[in-house]
Ligand binder design. Sequence first.
Ligand SMILES: Cc1cc2nc3c(=O)[nH]c(=O)nc-3n(C[C@H](O)[C@H](O)[C@H](O)COP(=O)(O)OP(=O)(O)OC[C@H]3O[C@@H](n4cnc5c(N)ncnc54)[C@H](O)[C@@H]3O)c2cc1C
Ligand code: FES
Length: 286
Amino acid sequence: MSSYESPVKNNGCACGAPSPYLPVRATIERTTRISETERFFVIKPSDPLLLDYAPGQFFMAGIAGFGEAPISVTSAPGRKETFELCIRSAGSLTNALHRLGKGDAILVRGPFGRGFDLDEMKGKDLLFVAGGIGIVPMRSLIKAVLGGKGYGRLTLVYGCKTPEEMLFKDELEEWKDSGVDVRLIIDTAYPGWKGPVGVVTTLIPDLEIREGNTLAVVIGPPVMYKFVIMSLDKKLLGPEDIFVSLERRMKCGLGKCGHCQINSAYVCQEGPVFKLSELKGMHEAF
Ligand SMILES: Cc1cc2nc3c(=O)[nH]c(=O)nc-3n(C[C@H](O)[C@H](O)[C@H](O)COP(=O)(O)OP(=O)(O)OC[C@H]3O[C@@H](n4cnc5c(N)ncnc54)[C@H](O)[C@@H]3O)c2cc1C
Ligand code: FES
C-alpha cells in the first residue's frame, strides 16, 4: 500500500477547502414562515468555511432529488456557526424546502459570486432601494453596515405590492431606531395602510441626496431597475454611484454552464453585484 496521502480533502483543493462542485450537508437550526410565500431559515453548515461570505453573495441550496437553486445570504457576515436564508416558494425545489423543519438536512454549496465591497462604501451616504424580495440580500448588507463604523447617512426605500408582503417588519423598526431613514411604500391602496402608495420610484424625488457623496444600491424585480436608475439619474447619481444585483437562471454557480450569461459576463461569478458602469453596453442586463 502506498504511504502517499493525498493533500486533497473532500475532493476539493490542496488547501483542504471543499470542492465548490460538491454540496456540503447543513442542518436547519430554525425555520419560520414570515409571509404568505416566504420562509426564513437559520442554517448550520457542517463545514465552517461556508460562513466566510460577503453581503450580496449567494449559496446553491438544494435537496437530493429536487435539485438546487441560487439563494442569497440574508444574514450579516462574520457569524460563527450559522447563516440565514429567506426563501420564496416559487416551484418544486423551493416548495420542498418550505416543507422542511428544524433538524432537517439540506445541501449547500458556496458562497458564490461577487458581493458588496464594504470598504468602498465607507465614508459615503448609502441609499438602499429594495423592491419585494430584493430586501433579502439587502438585509445582509444593511446589517453589515449597521454593525460597522464609518458610513454616512443611511436611507432605505422599500416597496412591496401589499403590507403583508413586507418582510422583516420588526427589523425595519429596529433599523429606524438605529438611525436609518426607512421609507416604505406599497403598490396600491390597502385597508389599514396609512403610508404612501405607488411604485418605489415615487419616493426618490423627495430624498435629500448629497451629490458626490452618495452611493445607491438597487435590488428588486427586473422591471424596477430602469425606472429607479432614471430617478437616481435626476438626483445626479451616475453609473459609478449605483450598484445593482442581478438575478439570472443559474445551474453551476461557477462560470461553467453559461446559464447565467449576459453578453460576455457570467452573473454567477462577475456578479450578481455589479456597479452600473460595468453593465455599459450589456443591453440584456435589465
Ligand atoms: C443570485 C440569485 C439569488 C437569489 N436569491 C433568492 C433568495 O434569496 N430567495 C429566494 O426565494 N429566491 C432567490 N432567487 C430565486 C430562486 O433561485 C428561484 O426562485 C428558484 O431557483 C426557483 O426554484 P424552484 O425549483 O423552486 O422553481 P422552478 O420550478 O425552477 O421555477 C419556478 C418559477 O420561478 C422562476 N425562476 C426560477 N429561477 C429563477 C431565477 N433565477 N430568477 C427569477 N425567477 C426564477 C421560474 O421562471 C418559474 O416561474 C435567487 C436567484 C438568483 C439568481
Ligand atoms: S450559473 Fe453556470 S455559468 Fe453561471
